[in-house]
Design a protein around this ligand. Structure first.
Ligand SMILES: [Zn+2]
Length: 386
């Protein structure tokens, strides 16, 4: 009996190793070198997750290494059960990995297609779905969401290098949850195969392995939508002094629809949103801008309210009230009868690459390296050994 179990386990392990070998061999980049594999959290806290593949599909129980063949084209509903993860009438352990055995047929999770493999984990909150895939396959599903694929190729290539550098700097950001990066705005927005576009895919493949470096080290590479004329010094926003992110004059983003913006906000919304973030604000009576940064953004401001006066950093005020309401801190303010009128220029924190500016420069014939060197002076684009 023991011998049988040993043999069975050895066989299962061998099967699993073969599956993994096939997976990793499949994720070779175009240049022939192994590609970095990353884990992206695509769903969390779900009671039920639907999985499907139009090709041959297998599910592997990570604890027992048991591999089960599943039918092509059939929708499998996974549910969190007390003992593990339930698939039909079978209950597997708390971690299972789905592998499509036909590379051309991708896995579909809740109706959305994903490259490579998908791990499902049971946690106390429910089921978590993690897409495990090659770095470039991930960037294929990031670029068209973070930047318009209709923009000139050189601006897309600049974004590809910046997004790849972001990944290399943030591997393991959500390690405690079992993945490297999330698929939302807290990492980079990732939407899988559905959003892929030939032109943005081209930008990724033409810059394969390339990242932004400073003095031989991986550089920090931030980006945002439009700067409104001058990018921010990183120190103004997050307090770090980084020599290649001290702000530059950018006359290239004037085509941005948010180059100028205005928004009316009620005193009640300001009070409620700030108090939710831990401030103690009474009825808001007035707002004064106290100081500006070198790039013209609000540094400190004062909220005059029924409980007194509270000084708040401009960036923190924007993030508290809402980054889509207060589009940037390069702003001014007027008081109408019942509301505050905020008006300003640009959209985003202003640190690093101005995406609309990158487009403007590409429209003027600059290549991606020139664009990156403009927003990150002193940096170099280099092929990185992951
Ligand atoms: Zn700009």
């Amino acid at each position: 009996m023991t011998l049988f179990l040993l043999k069975k386990n050895t066989l299962l392990k061998a099967t699993c190793l073969l599956l993994f070998a096939a997976f990793f061999l499949n994720t070779y980049a175009l240049c022939g070198t192994p590609e970095t594999i990353i884990k992206i959290g695509i769903l969390s806290g779900k009671k039920r997750v639907h999985l499907k593949s139009y090709g041959k599909l297998e599910v592997v129980d990570i604890n027992t290494l048991e591999a089960i063949k599943l039918k092509a084209g059939r929708d499998y509903a996974l549910e969190a059960a007390s003992e593990g993860i339930k698939i039909g009438d079978k209950v597997l352990g708390c971690q299972v990995r789905f592998v499509s055995r036909n590379r051309k047929e991708m896995l579909t999770v809740n109706g959305r297609r994903y490259r490579d493999t998908v791990m499902i984990k049971k946690t106390t909150e429910g089921l978590t779905a993690i897409n495990e895939l090659g770095l470039d396959g991930y960037l294929f599903g990031v670029l068209p969401v973070e930047i318009s694929p209709d923009w000139p190729l050189e601006s897309l290539k600049a974004q590809a290098v910046v997004s790849r550098t972001y990944v290399m700097n943030n591997m393991g950001k959500y390690e405690s949850r079992g993945y490297d990066l999330s698929s939302d705005i807290f990492s980079q927005i990732y939407r899988g195969v559905e959003v892929e576009n030939p032109k943005s895919n081209q930008a990724v493949t033409e810059t394969v392995g390339q990242v932004l470096t400073y003095k031989g080290n991986l550089a920090a590479a931030y980006f945002f939508s439009s700067c409104g004329g001058y990018t921010a010094n990183v120190k103004e926003v997050w307090g770090d002094d980084i020599p290649y992110m001290r702000g530059v004059s950018c006359p290239y983003c004037k085509d941005s629809p948010r180059y100028r913006w205005e928004k009316k906000v009620t005193p009640g919304l300001i009070k409620d949103t700030l108090n939710k973030k831990g401030y103690s604000i009474g009825k808001v009576r007035g707002i004064n801008f106290i100081s500006r940064t070198d790039s013209g953004r609000i540094k400190d401001m004062e909220i005059v309210h029924s409980g007194g006066r509270t000084t708040i950093n401009g960036h923190k005020f924007r993030m508290s009230v809402g980054p889509n309401i207060i589009k940037s801190t390069m702003m001014s303010i007027d008081r109408t009868k019942e509301k505050f009128l905020f008006y300003g220029r640009g959209w985003g924190h202003g640190v690093g690459m101005c995406q609309w500016g990158a487009k403007g420069q590409a429209d003027r014939g600059r290549n991606y390296k020139e664009i990156l060197n403009f927003y990150f002076p002193g940096t170099k684009v280099k092929k990185w050994a992951y």
